[in-house]
Design a protein around this ligand. Sequence first.
Ligand code: PRP
Length: 202
Amino acid sequence: MIRLAISKGRILEEAVKILEKVNILCQVDPLNTRKLIIPTNIDNLEVIVVKASDVPVYIDSGKIDLGIVGVDTLMEDDKNNHFRLCDMTISKCKLVVAGKAKTKYFNNMKVATKYPNIAKKYFEHVGLQCSILELYGSIELAPVLGLSDFIVDIVETGKTLKENGLREHDMIANVSSLLIANKVSYKLKRKEIESIIGRIKL
Ligand code: PRP
């Protein structure tokens, strides 16, 4: 049996569409079910929907063989103990530093983010000290209410920044979603995994 984890949210919607195009069909709609393990029309393939940040945890544990997950999540994960099989070219966005237009970087500024490791590394890299405030959603609110000076977050259309009077200050990385595999699964179940990758890459 091959288990494929897909990140909840934006990635899930686009990933399900890609799977459908290559005739990998979930037996219940993953967008409208509370079922956690979803059989597909392929006998030996199950789809599992999990929170993005949990995908690498499950893959690294070997309980799940394959995952579809954003580069942002993989950059934030410090272990990276899996194979990156292919770029699914879905859920494209970018990781940026954003804030109010007039705010300039300064030492000991406060940065709010869902990505504390990425933010810390980025500011170390540019030689600025900052304190990181970890939040779990609506990150843009932090600089608007003065809880932080900047944010590190993903931007897709730019609508959220614009509608909240913020702007991008620096780009950290381009993001899309990758298909990743547990290293042991890839060796032991190579044939089965490659037949799935073969379909997806078509
Ligand atoms: C993400 C991200 C931004 C927004 C950017 O949030 O954290 O808030 O999308 O998208 P845009 O550039 O198209 O406006 P998400 O919708 O995943 O929800 P969250 O804020 O609860 O994390």
